[in-house]
Unconditional design. Sequence first.
Length: 327
Amino acid sequence: MSDPLLQVHDLITAFDTDGGLVRAVDHVSFEVPRGKTVGIVGESGCGKSVTAMSIIRLLPQPMGKILHGEVNFKGRNLLKATDAEMRKVRGGEIGVIFQEPMTALNPVHRIGKQLSECFILHKKMSKKDAWHASIEMLKLVRIPAPEHRISDYPHQLSGGMRQRIVIAMALACRPDLVIADEPTTALDVTVQAQILDLMKQLQAEMGMSVVLITHDLGVIAETCDEVVVMYGGRVVEKAPVRELFERPLHAYTRGLLASIPTLATPRKSILPTIPGMVAGLLDLVPGCRFCQRMGREGAVLRERPAFEEVSPGHWAETCPNCFEEPK
């Protein structure tokens, strides 16, 4: 097997707050194989987006700090790269599809100007060539009448079309890796399916790897090869997607899966929910954070559970209260 395209090893990211330095990402490790899609799933506040922003070093400054770890991309540690080197990597080698397309696009500039910047900055094209390349990218992401749409402002486009523009910007320089942070948020189900199908087609055509951040396990099942489940800033389970859905080992993963309706779910029935909420960053315990949510006490809250490979490729936190041995 070839080396993974991206290796995140023992990453710790923290923020300066009035209450002191708090960890939002706590010893996170995972890999992204070449040409594959890795999904990161979990509730809001579990550290998914902060992990992604740490990879490309776009944390809010001066509060955000990467305290420890390595982010090896194509064999080099991005955490040791200079700011100038990172500007070449972002957009050129790593594309980013941000969570909300309306805030990712500048409302006072036309679509063509924003998309052309990718080619001018990273490919050193002339303005004329960049404009034509931008039209070709709009065709690639299935925007109708791209010669006309390229002169529109973001507010003149629907949510689905704005999302396609953001995807076009992320893929403009044909990056090796795309980080998609909830690319279908706020889109209706039909448009969501179109966007996911488009991303799969473009991935197949371009051979890129994808890190897909989402709340939706249905999206994970449909699009991903491997899954990383995060809770409380930590990875509590990771496995190939089919393995995870067939044999979830951690209680948090089982809770997430139980909350999804299936064809066998009776109509108008109440779906199971996970009680409680994710603790705030200042309140997180050093031990098992899901036990904290469940109101358990004792040593489980003081000592962090081991993160072990239970079967080939299937890892989980082995908290005695949350971990279930495979049968």
